[in-house]
Ligand binder design. Structure first.
Ligand code: HEM
Length: 133
């Protein structure tokens, strides 16, 4: 129970036959749990052999789900310098995705605003024309 595993040890267990994952620097053997997971086996296989802290927290798992982790515990993760940090790569890609989305949003506002200005001036112009006639 008090075993200490390296990230490489965990990374080796990334198949349905033997599936480990790291959540909050603890290593869990989820092999037997895969078929029972209410969220489906696919998501667990996706993060198999990796740090799943962010994926696990993103879902907002219940306290019950957290209790289910206890019997699956294998040991603590012995994190070495250079090992992936929880969610580091995916959080930066989330940030990038968000930046993309918001720049599209800004573009949309600019488009609508400029469209509005154009129609305002077009209206003014036609009004002046109408008066001039
Ligand atoms: C060993 C770790 C895990 C356990 C014990 C666990 C357990 C559970 C439980 C009990 C639920 C039902 C809802 C709840 O009580 O919160 C659930 C739902 C869910 N889980 Fe997990 N989970 C684990 C890991 C993960 C991971 C790593 C992911 C994502 C990569 C994930 C994705 C989901 C999703 C998407 C649902 C929602 C299903 C739905 O509402 O239709 N789970 N999980």
């Amino acid at each position: 129970m008090s075993a200490s595993l390296s990230y490489q040890d965990v990374a080796g267990h990334n198949t349905k036959d033997s599936l480990y994952m790291v959540i909050h620097d603890k290593v869990y053997d989820v092999t037997k749990f895969v078929d029972e997971h209410p969220g489906g086996e696919e998501v667990l296989l996706d993060v198999g052999g990796q740090d799943a802290t962010e994926a696990f927290e993103d879902v907002g798992h219940s306290d019950e789900a957290r209790e289910m982790l206890e019997p699956l515990l294998v040991g603590a993760l012995d994190r070495q310098p250079g090992d992936p940090l929880p969610g580091k790569s995916s959080s930066s890609s989330y940030a990038a995705a968000n930046a993309d989305a918001s720049s599209i949003g800004v573009g949309m506002y600019a488009f609508v605003f400029i469209g509005g200005l154009l129609s305002f001036f077009a209206y003014q112009y036609t009004q002046k024309q109408a008066i001039a006639v």
